[in-house]
Write a protein that binds this ligand. Structure first.
Ligand code: AN0
Ligand code: CP
Length: 316
């Protein structure tokens, strides 16, 4: 694997999940693999899990990690071709990506959607420019449209809690006061489309996601109906896709409560975190035994580690 920008960069999801579970049992087994090599982690946005788990994964592989809050401490980058740079952008991504490539063997990037320009967001300007101009492999730590390290960690968590029948997995929208990106939901959907599961997406009308990602996945606008007999409830807020970046509903009835979870087949609760308690989910549900959120965050280390391992194995 050269770059990891999408879950589809994995040759085989199921095999990768098994390899990650094996790594989790023996995380220091490949400590020599990254010896003398460096990863640069560039953050254009905030993070807790991604920042620490990716650093931990690098450390487990013997890689040196350099972390930079690019958004707040780096120069503002220009991405356009032929731009006369007389505004507030100090450096072009062409130089920045080539310069960063000289300091490291892998570069990982977090750059969220702007949520104000759909076309620009979908062009994945930041990550694609780095893929184009950097001379080292690029890892997506959440871009405008995807969060594939999260989706891989979620696949590991689903596998660790698998049931003895074909699982019913529900991705549910829940309310949030602010406009959030579509990346986590998109990558979860793409990952679920590679699984043998009864997969249902539920959200209020007006929250339909990009049809090119939804493909043939089932969408059910009645949350209660969607939750019936579910084995896993994966919750995430996202802003409207059609009214791009807008909050078109804050309907509290979509909050995940104990009563909602009673509709499920003793379902497990999942969320990528960070989560707003008693807005997205009630205390009762997140504090219950069926909540997998802390395990999901733990699996971020092993999803990053298996991805970095595959990239290191392909380096000269
Ligand atoms: C981000 C999002 O929804 O994409 C990051 C989630 C991992 N969440 C927030 O900004 C709260
Ligand atoms: N789930 C996740 O990516 O968390 P952070 O935004 O804290 O990295």
């Amino acid at each position: 694997m050269k770059h990891y920008s999408n879950i589809s960069d994995l040759t085989n999801l199921q095999t990768t999940v098994q390899e990650a579970i094996a790594l989790k049992k023996n995380p220091l087994k490949y400590k020599a693999l990254g010896d003398g090599k460096t990863i640069c982690l560039l953050f254009f946005n905030n993070s807790l899990r991604t920042r620490l788990s990716t650093q931990k994964a690098a450390q487990n592989l013997g890689l040196n990690a350099i972390v930079m809050n690019f958004g707040s401490e780096g120069w503002q980058l220009e991405y356009g071709d032929g731009t006369i740079m007389n505004q507030n952008k100090s450096e072009h991504v062409k130089e920045a990506a080539k310069v960063v490539s000289q300091y490291c063997d892998i570069v990982a990037i977090r750059a969220f959607a702007s949520l104000d320009d759909k076309e620009k967001d979908e062009a994945e300007l930041v990550i694609n420019s780095f893929i184009k101009y950097a001379s080292v492999p690029v890892v997506n730590m959440e871009s405008s449209v995807g969060h594939p390290l999260q989706a891989l960690a979620d696949a590991i968590t689903l596998e660790e809690h698998k049931v003895d029948h074909k699982p019913k997995v529900v991705l549910s929208w829940a309310p949030h006061p602010k406009a959030l990106p579509h990346a986590v939901a998109n990558s979860f959907i793409e990952m679920m489309q590679l699984q043998d599961a009864d997969f249902v997406i539920t959200h209020p009308e007006g929250y339909d996601l990009n049809p090119t990602i939804i493909k043939n996945s089932t969408v059910e606008y009645d949350q209660d109906k969607a939750f019936k007999n579910a084995d896993f409830i994966y919750v995430k807020n996202w802003s409207s896709y059609n009214q791009y970046g807008q909050v078109v509903s804050k309907d509290e009835n979509w909050q995940i409560t104990g009563d909602k979870m009673k509709l499920t087949n003793n379902g497990k609760f999942m969320h990528c975190l960070p989560v707003r308690r008693n807005i997205i989910i009630s205390d009762e549900v997140i504090d219950s035994e069926n909540s997998l959120v802390i395990e999901q965050a733990n699996n971020r280390t092993y999803s990053a580690q298996i991805v970095l391992k595959k990239i290191l194995e392909k380096l000269d």
